[in-house]
Design a protein around this ligand. Sequence first.
Ligand code: 5GP
Length: 198
Amino acid sequence: MKLLKDKVLQEGIVLSDHVLKVDAFLNHQIDPALMLAVGEEFASRFAKDGVTKVLTIESSGIAPAVMTALQLKVPLLFARKQKSLTLRDDIFTEKVYSFTKRETSEITVSRKFLSPEDRVLVIDDFLANGEAAFGLARIVQQAGAHVCGIGIVIEKAFQPGSQKLQAAGYRVESLVRIASLTDRQIVFAEDAEDVRVQ
Ligand code: 5GP
Protein backbone atom coordinates (compact mmCIF):
# COMPACT_ATOMS: atom_id res chain seq x y z
CA MET A 1 0.00 0.00 0.00
CA LYS A 2 1.95 2.98 -1.34
CA LEU A 3 0.12 5.66 0.66
CA LEU A 4 0.94 3.87 3.92
CA LYS A 5 4.55 3.13 2.90
CA ASP A 6 5.12 6.82 2.12
CA LYS A 7 3.61 7.84 5.45
CA VAL A 8 5.79 5.36 7.36
CA LEU A 9 8.88 6.73 5.61
CA GLN A 10 7.94 10.38 6.09
CA GLU A 11 6.61 10.29 9.65
CA GLY A 12 7.79 7.04 11.25
CA ILE A 13 10.49 7.38 13.89
CA VAL A 14 12.82 4.43 14.50
CA LEU A 15 13.19 4.20 18.28
CA SER A 16 15.45 1.14 18.28
CA ASP A 17 16.31 -1.83 16.05
CA HIS A 18 12.96 -3.31 17.07
CA VAL A 19 10.51 -0.47 17.63
CA LEU A 20 8.96 1.98 15.20
CA LYS A 21 7.02 4.97 16.50
CA VAL A 22 4.10 6.10 14.36
CA ASP A 23 2.32 8.43 16.75
CA ALA A 24 1.91 11.09 14.02
CA PHE A 25 -0.75 9.09 12.13
CA LEU A 26 -1.72 5.86 13.95
CA ASN A 27 -0.77 5.57 17.62
CA HIS A 28 -1.59 9.01 19.03
CA GLN A 29 -2.64 11.51 16.37
CA ILE A 30 -4.69 9.70 13.72
CA ASP A 31 -4.85 10.44 9.99
CA PRO A 32 -8.52 9.71 9.17
CA ALA A 33 -8.06 9.73 5.37
CA LEU A 34 -5.23 7.22 5.68
CA MET A 35 -7.29 5.08 8.07
CA LEU A 36 -10.17 5.10 5.58
CA ALA A 37 -7.80 3.88 2.86
CA VAL A 38 -6.50 1.20 5.25
CA GLY A 39 -10.08 0.10 5.98
CA GLU A 40 -10.90 -0.07 2.26
CA GLU A 41 -7.84 -2.22 1.61
CA PHE A 42 -8.63 -4.72 4.40
CA ALA A 43 -12.29 -4.81 3.35
CA SER A 44 -11.37 -5.61 -0.24
CA ARG A 45 -8.91 -8.35 0.82
CA PHE A 46 -11.56 -10.03 3.02
CA ALA A 47 -14.62 -9.15 0.89
CA LYS A 48 -15.43 -12.79 0.06
CA ASP A 49 -14.95 -14.22 3.55
CA GLY A 50 -18.41 -13.58 4.97
CA VAL A 51 -17.03 -11.51 7.86
CA THR A 52 -19.71 -10.75 10.47
CA LYS A 53 -17.55 -8.90 13.01
CA VAL A 54 -14.21 -7.09 13.21
CA LEU A 55 -12.23 -7.63 16.42
CA THR A 56 -9.28 -5.58 17.65
CA ILE A 57 -7.59 -4.54 20.90
CA GLU A 58 -7.70 -1.09 22.46
CA SER A 59 -6.55 1.47 21.76
CA SER A 60 -4.38 1.66 18.65
CA GLY A 61 -6.22 -1.06 16.75
CA ILE A 62 -9.53 0.79 16.93
CA ALA A 63 -8.96 3.36 14.16
CA PRO A 64 -8.00 0.92 11.38
CA ALA A 65 -10.55 -1.62 12.65
CA VAL A 66 -13.50 0.77 12.71
CA MET A 67 -12.79 1.85 9.12
CA THR A 68 -12.60 -1.80 8.06
CA ALA A 69 -15.88 -2.56 9.83
CA LEU A 70 -17.49 0.47 8.18
CA GLN A 71 -16.53 -0.81 4.73
CA LEU A 72 -17.62 -4.38 5.50
CA LYS A 73 -20.86 -3.07 7.08
CA VAL A 74 -20.36 -5.10 10.27
CA PRO A 75 -19.83 -4.10 13.93
CA LEU A 76 -16.42 -3.42 15.41
CA LEU A 77 -15.65 -5.08 18.75
CA PHE A 78 -12.54 -4.20 20.72
CA ALA A 79 -10.96 -6.19 23.52
CA ARG A 80 -10.39 -4.16 26.67
CA LYS A 81 -7.11 -4.17 28.52
CA GLN A 82 -8.47 -2.95 31.84
CA LYS A 83 -10.09 -5.26 34.31
CA SER A 84 -13.77 -5.27 33.65
CA LEU A 85 -16.25 -4.48 36.39
CA THR A 86 -18.79 -6.93 35.04
CA LEU A 87 -19.10 -10.44 36.42
CA ARG A 88 -16.35 -12.79 35.21
CA ASP A 89 -18.98 -15.22 33.94
CA ASP A 90 -19.97 -12.63 31.37
CA ILE A 91 -16.57 -12.21 29.75
CA PHE A 92 -13.99 -14.06 27.71
CA THR A 93 -10.48 -13.40 29.02
CA GLU A 94 -6.98 -14.15 27.74
CA LYS A 95 -3.51 -13.20 28.90
CA VAL A 96 -1.39 -11.23 26.44
CA TYR A 97 2.27 -10.29 26.81
CA SER A 98 2.89 -6.80 25.46
CA PHE A 99 5.99 -6.42 23.31
CA THR A 100 6.25 -2.66 23.85
CA LYS A 101 5.29 -2.53 27.55
CA ARG A 102 7.12 -5.76 28.52
CA GLU A 103 4.27 -6.87 30.75
CA THR A 104 1.42 -9.36 30.67
CA SER A 105 -2.07 -7.99 30.75
CA GLU A 106 -5.48 -9.55 30.69
CA ILE A 107 -7.70 -8.74 27.75
CA THR A 108 -11.46 -9.11 28.01
CA VAL A 109 -14.43 -9.25 25.65
CA SER A 110 -18.06 -9.46 26.71
CA ARG A 111 -19.65 -12.81 25.88
CA LYS A 112 -22.73 -11.00 24.65
CA PHE A 113 -20.93 -9.71 21.53
CA LEU A 114 -19.42 -12.95 20.17
CA SER A 115 -21.35 -16.08 19.25
CA PRO A 116 -20.51 -19.40 17.52
CA GLU A 117 -22.08 -18.13 14.26
CA ASP A 118 -19.62 -15.24 14.02
CA ARG A 119 -16.95 -15.06 11.32
CA VAL A 120 -14.35 -12.73 12.76
CA LEU A 121 -11.68 -10.59 11.11
CA VAL A 122 -8.94 -9.71 13.61
CA ILE A 123 -7.23 -6.35 12.99
CA ASP A 124 -4.24 -4.80 14.75
CA ASP A 125 -1.89 -1.87 14.21
CA PHE A 126 1.42 -3.77 14.53
CA LEU A 127 2.56 -7.37 14.36
CA ALA A 128 5.74 -8.26 16.26
CA ASN A 129 5.75 -11.63 18.05
CA GLY A 130 2.06 -12.31 17.48
CA GLU A 131 1.02 -12.21 21.14
CA ALA A 132 -1.87 -9.77 20.67
CA ALA A 133 -3.18 -11.50 17.54
CA PHE A 134 -2.98 -14.96 19.15
CA GLY A 135 -4.78 -13.62 22.24
CA LEU A 136 -7.60 -12.22 20.11
CA ALA A 137 -7.81 -15.45 18.08
CA ARG A 138 -8.05 -17.47 21.32
CA ILE A 139 -10.97 -15.29 22.41
CA VAL A 140 -12.73 -16.00 19.10
CA GLN A 141 -12.10 -19.72 19.68
CA GLN A 142 -13.49 -19.51 23.22
CA ALA A 143 -16.69 -18.17 21.68
CA GLY A 144 -16.76 -21.10 19.24
CA ALA A 145 -16.59 -18.60 16.37
CA HIS A 146 -14.41 -18.68 13.24
CA VAL A 147 -11.30 -16.55 12.55
CA CYS A 148 -11.46 -15.47 8.89
CA GLY A 149 -8.01 -13.97 9.04
CA ILE A 150 -5.72 -11.42 10.63
CA GLY A 151 -5.22 -7.97 9.11
CA ILE A 152 -2.14 -6.03 10.18
CA VAL A 153 -1.35 -2.41 9.33
CA ILE A 154 2.43 -2.65 9.91
CA GLU A 155 4.14 -6.03 10.12
CA LYS A 156 7.69 -6.20 11.41
CA ALA A 157 8.68 -9.16 9.28
CA PHE A 158 12.00 -9.57 11.13
CA GLN A 159 10.03 -10.72 14.18
CA PRO A 160 8.33 -14.12 14.24
CA GLY A 161 4.62 -13.20 14.65
CA SER A 162 3.55 -13.67 11.04
CA GLN A 163 5.35 -17.03 10.67
CA LYS A 164 3.86 -18.32 13.92
CA LEU A 165 0.33 -17.25 13.01
CA GLN A 166 0.58 -18.80 9.54
CA ALA A 167 2.04 -21.99 11.00
CA ALA A 168 -1.02 -22.11 13.26
CA GLY A 169 -3.20 -21.97 10.13
CA TYR A 170 -4.24 -18.32 10.14
CA ARG A 171 -4.33 -16.17 7.03
CA VAL A 172 -2.28 -13.01 7.67
CA GLU A 173 -2.71 -9.93 5.48
CA SER A 174 -0.23 -7.13 6.23
CA LEU A 175 -0.47 -3.78 4.46
CA VAL A 176 3.22 -3.00 4.83
CA ARG A 177 6.03 -5.38 5.84
CA ILE A 178 9.23 -4.05 7.36
CA ALA A 179 12.34 -6.17 6.87
CA SER A 180 14.64 -4.21 9.14
CA LEU A 181 14.95 -1.14 11.37
CA THR A 182 18.70 -1.45 11.94
CA ASP A 183 20.83 1.71 11.95
CA ARG A 184 17.68 3.87 12.18
CA GLN A 185 16.81 2.86 8.59
CA ILE A 186 13.35 1.61 7.59
CA VAL A 187 13.74 -1.14 4.98
CA PHE A 188 10.56 -2.65 3.52
CA ALA A 189 10.44 -6.39 2.85
CA GLU A 190 9.74 -5.87 -0.85
CA ASP A 191 12.93 -3.78 -1.18
CA ALA A 192 15.11 -6.11 0.91
CA GLU A 193 17.28 -8.90 -0.45
CA ASP A 194 16.10 -11.17 2.31
CA VAL A 195 14.11 -10.96 5.53
CA ARG A 196 15.90 -12.40 8.55
CA VAL A 197 13.61 -13.38 11.40
CA GLN A 198 15.34 -12.74 14.73
P1 5GP B 1 2.89 -8.59 19.29
O1 5GP B 1 1.72 -8.84 20.18
O2 5GP B 1 2.69 -9.08 17.87
O3 5GP B 1 4.18 -9.10 19.87
O4 5GP B 1 3.05 -7.03 19.23
C1 5GP B 1 2.04 -6.27 18.65
C2 5GP B 1 1.46 -5.27 19.62
O5 5GP B 1 2.51 -4.56 20.27
C3 5GP B 1 0.63 -4.25 18.87
O6 5GP B 1 -0.67 -4.29 19.39
C4 5GP B 1 1.29 -2.91 19.13
O7 5GP B 1 0.46 -2.14 19.95
C5 5GP B 1 2.56 -3.21 19.87
N1 5GP B 1 3.78 -3.04 19.03
C6 5GP B 1 4.66 -4.02 18.70
N2 5GP B 1 5.69 -3.53 18.03
C7 5GP B 1 5.48 -2.20 17.91
C8 5GP B 1 6.23 -1.13 17.29
O8 5GP B 1 7.32 -1.29 16.72
N3 5GP B 1 5.67 0.11 17.37
C9 5GP B 1 4.49 0.35 17.99
N4 5GP B 1 4.05 1.60 17.99
N5 5GP B 1 3.76 -0.63 18.59
C10 5GP B 1 4.25 -1.89 18.54
